[in-house]
Design a protein. Sequence first.
Length: 131
Amino acid sequence: SVNKDFNLILRRHPSQNQEITVGERIYKSSLDIDFNIMVHVPDLIIQVASTIGMQAIIANKLLLNVDCSIFTNDTPYTKMGFGTGINSLNKLPTAILDTLSNNSLKKEYKPTQDALKNVTKELKKIYDTYS
């Protein structure tokens, strides 16, 4: 059954066939839209062995990893502690609801402010050394 509370935006890898059947609450994300902008639109990003997972992490988005691809080991986000992983597409509907309803998962995606402070501190050291 279709959940009336959700909209689905599909975006395929640029090397894949771009034909997507759209319908009620099912939309196609155009490759003309930079994903670095698009990543901020959804509440949850579902990925299958893609660098989009890393972009979702950086953008502080909830991440659901479909870990049943032959390429899963190339992007092992679940093993690295990023997002929730499922090993069967049959688990996808329940995993979506669980991930969106579990507010504690959002805490895992807060980027550290220390990274920016550390880079700024190092740049200041370099500037002070050579100025």
